[in-house]
Design a binder for this molecule. Structure first.
Ligand code: C2E
Ligand code: CA
Ligand code: CA
Length: 795
């Protein structure tokens, strides 16, 4: 198989074409067959012809003999008839030459003889009308002496058949002699007796050589091969019968038969010759015709096989084209497929089916690549593709991408199951596109929808998104569930020419993160804030060095007890004094450290410093509760909790860990377990940032927490908003009923402190009490404490 294909490489470029090769092959085969046929016919024909000619010549020889005899008899009968005629006998007796001559002439004309005359027994010419009679009489007279009245005689150089009959009255009174000239006409008559184109001639031997004598003017001259070896051929044939000249398939044959001569005068022979070239001459036109038909056949074979090969190669070429197209990713059908019932048709149909299957699979693959399997809506790539198409339009600068995310999606999903959660997202999508049909939607991540749309500017885009966001927050019915969701949205910056869809989706995503971090429902992408947080990420390698190099320090912010009106504790906050950037806010590097996992080492470090500072402070006579922040990332990290408990175990006084409300709610089981472990080890737990998120107290009651920290956002408005004041008061009461102490944080104004005190809040923390400060400043602050408290004692 391989060998066949590789061998085609040896063909010249033209022969590489199957069509050419097939055509040439068929033509060559036809040519070979034709030639073979011709050769076979010729070989068989010439052998057969040779035999036929041979037997025909022999037959012709015999026929000639018989003819010769018949003619002799006829002449003899004529002579006898005349010799018995009474009147003629009387004329002979009276030597009435006029009567004799008239009778002889009469007979001669009737028998069609060349010569006829009467001789006396002693050889004298008695009556003759022919001028040649004298010469003939001389020859015959000699023969009469020898007693041989019949045979071939040469008279005046020409051969004659001579027949004589005695005239008895009753004794011999004379001879009647008839002679027929063996001329061309006679020979022709003889030739006509055979079906073969034989040539008959008379040869005479003189001076020991055979020579042709009937070479009359109208006779075709004997062919060269015969002429040259004439003497040899004739004597050979006389000995052996038919003689062939030139071996097998000879061009000539000769048959010589001896003729009886008159009076033994020299030798004469009849020579029958056959010349193949001459014999074939009549067939020459036919040969040409056959050759012409052969050529025509060849042309037909070439044309036919060319057409046939074309019929085979055209679909193959089409198949090749289609295969190449398929390779390029285009679907191209082979048009020959329909209507052909042969193997090529089957192949083409098979190919078409395959190409369609491939295209179908490709469609499905690309559909899968651009669609979310759970909801069937476009996925991130699908949205990217749609946004890209919009960005390629001239109106690229009016393109925006917004990200809309279901808050606490994981919890929602936990409650309603994966399937309904996906349906929820799809429901939100259809609600959004129902409101804004020109929005191109896509599922960016599990809990996030993205949309690409047009708006005049960022303000208008934000307004659009906010309107839709509010609509999406309306309850969704999913089966028997009526689900209330909170949606946070992020908006990308407007598309500029050259902006990529990928970047815009990321921007929307980042803006959404920023909105979440700020507790806002919607945020537009802020390039500067993003740059700052990106800078934070690049700080991570440096943070590790900082920890090793003791660049991390802490500050302590007092927690003021409203009941005792003393500072009873501090919150220890981390600070990073960067060698070049100066003091960095934890808001800049803590989120990053949480991402990279460095937060664990950081927390251990802060706790260790806090424990050390507490030891010093205790030694100085101040017994304070030290609170440090436990990152949400560490709540479910049992290993981290182990280490922290170990460090806290060294503490001189009490330690409290502040855990954000969000972290507790997101990982309730792990938080529950770890908080129990902390409580068991004597470490207090504070729920941090309460009010910034979901704020579910009933949920928190299961936790064995000691303290609840009201977020600044909850506290900051209490003096202005009666609603907020009511909310804070009821929260304080509820917390108390659950056995939690309440700390208000971020308190900046003294009137807030007064109000909080009135509401029964246990402690306050904030700038109005004291800013976070170094250990030395804290110590000084504690020593001077009574004067530093600007708050009136609670009634
Ligand atoms: P947080 O736990 O809510 O800490 C209180 C933050 O509020 C501190 O900011 C503090 O300086 C600030 N603050 C206190 N009183 C007031 C006030 O009256 N008004 C205003 N506007 N702010 C006030 P800081 O130190 O920048 O810390 C920010 C956040 O960084 C902290 O929020 C905490 O979540 C995190 N953090 C700080 N240190 C650590 C740490 O050692 N470990 C971990 N995991 N997180 C830390
Ligand atoms: Ca805190
Ligand atoms: Ca806090």
């Amino acid at each position: 198989m391989n060998a066949i294909f590789t061998s085609t490489r040896q063909f010249s470029p033209m022969f590489r074409r199957l069509q050419t090769r097939l055509t040439v092959l068929y033509a060559a085969l036809f040519g070979v067959v034709l030639l073979g046929l011709a050769l076979t016919v010729q070989a068989a024909g010439s052998g057969h012809a040779g035999r036929i000619v041979q037997s025909d010549m022999a037959a012709a020889g015999e026929v000639f003999d018989r003819l010769w005899a018949v003619r002799s008899e006829r002449l003899e009968a004529g002579a006898k008839l005349l010799s018995k005629d009474f009147g003629f006998r009387e004329a002979m007796a009276t030597r009435d030459s006029a009567t004799i001559a008239s009778a002889v002439d009469n007979l001669r004309d009737r028998l069609g003889l060349d010569l006829a005359f009467v001789m006396s027994p002693d050889g004298l010419l008695l009556a003759a009308s022919d001028p040649g009679a004298n010469a003939a009489a001389a020859v015959v007279a000699q023969a009469l002496d020898d007693g041989e009245p019949m045979g071939v005689a040469t008279i005046a150089g020409a051969p004659y058949q001579v027949v004589s009959a005695p005239i008895m009255a009753p004794d011999l009174t004379g001879w009647i002699v008839f002679a027929v000239r063996l001329d061309r006409r006679q020979m022709k008559a003889l030739e006509g007796l055979s079906a073969l184109p034989l040539e008959a001639s008379i040869a005479q031997r003189s001076q020991g050589r055979w020579r042709l004598v009937t070479a009359a003017a109208d006779a075709p001259s004997l062919a060269a091969p015969l002429r040259d070896g004439f003497d040899g051929l004739v004597s050979q044939s006389l000995n052996r019968g038919t003689t062939t000249l030139g071996g097998k398939g000879a061009p000539a044959m000769v048959l010589a038969r001896p003729l009886k001569t008159l009076g033994g005068g020299g030798e004469v022979a009849l020579v029958l010759s056959y010349l193949r070239a001459r014999a074939l001459a009549p067939y020459a036109p036919m040969t040409w015709l056959i050759a012409g038909v052969g050529l025509l056949g060849m042309a037909l074979v070439v044309a036919g096989s060319w057409a046939l090969a074309r019929g085979v190669t055209r679909p193959i070429t089409a198949l090749t084209h289609a295969a190449h197209a398929l390779q390029r990713g285009d679907l191209e059908r082979v048009p020959e497929a329909e209507g052909r019932r042969d193997e090529v048709g089957v192949l083409a149909r098979g190919f078409n089916a395959m190409a369609e299957a491939v295209a179908d699979r490709e469609r499905r693959i690309s559909h899968a690549a651009f669609h979310d399997p759970e909801t069937g809506m476009p996925n991130r790539l699908g949205l990217e593709r749609a946004a890209k198409a919009m960005l390629e339009q001239p109106s690229a600068d009016s393109v925006f991408v917004a990200a809309l995310s279901v808050d606490r999606f994981a919890r929602v999903r936990g409650a309603i199951g994966h399937e309904l959660a996906a349906a929820l997202l799809d429901g939100l999508r259809s609600r959004a596109t129902g409101l804004r049909p020109d929005w191109a939607p896509g599922r960016i991540s599990t809990d996030m929808l993205g949309v690409a749309f047009h708006a005049t500017d960022t303000r208008a885009a934000a307004a659009e998104v906010e309107a839709v966001r509010l609509e999406l927050e309306k309850a969704v019915r999913l089966g028997e569930h009526l689900i209330d969701v909170r949606i946070t949205a992020g908006l990308s910056s407007p598309g500029v020419t050259g902006a990529t869809a990928t970047v815009m989706i990321k921007e929307a995503d980042c803006a959404l993160d920023a909105a979440r971090a700020d507790g806002r429902p919607l945020a537009a992408f802020d390039a500067r804030a993003y740059a700052a947080s990106a800078a934070g990420l690049s700080l991570m390698p440096e943070l590790r060095e900082a920890m090793a190099a003791d660049q991390l320090t802490v500050v302590h912010q007092p927690k003021y007890d409203l009941r005792t009106q003393t500072v009873t504790g501090v919150e220890t906050l981390v600070r990073w004094t960067h060698p070049r950037r100066g003091v960095l806010s934890p808001d800049l590097f803590i989120p990053m450290a949480e991402e990279t996992g460095d937060v664990r080492a950081l927390t251990e470090r802060v706790l260790a410093i806090a424990v050390a500072d507490q030891r010093r402070l205790t030694a100085a006579g101040h017994d304070l509760l030290f609170s440090i922040n436990l990152s949400g990332r560490l709540v479910d990290d049992a290993g981290a909790i182990d280490t922290l408990l170990e460090i806290a175990g060294e503490a001189a006084g009490r330690i409290c860990l502040e855990i954000t409300e969000t972290a507790v709610i997101e990982k309730p089981e792990a938080a529950l377990v770890n908080i129990r472990r902390l409580a068991a080890a004597g470490v207090a737990v504070s729920i941090d940032d309460y009010g910034s998120g979901l704020s579910s107290l009933s949920y928190l009651k299961r936790m064995e927490a000691d303290e609840l920290k009201l977020d600044r956002s909850l506290v900051s408005e209490i003096t202005r908003s009666a609603k907020d004041a009511l909310l804070v008061r009821s929260t304080i009461e509820l917390a108390h009923s659950l056995g939690l102490k309440v700390v208000a944080e971020g308190v900046e104004h003294t009137d807030e402190v007064a109000l909080l005190a009135a509401m029964g809040c246990d402690m306050v923390q904030g700038y109005c009490i004291a800013r976070p400060m170094t250990y030395d400043k804290l110590l000084a602050h504690l020593e001077a404490e009574p004067a530093a408290v600007p708050v009136a004692k609670r009634a």
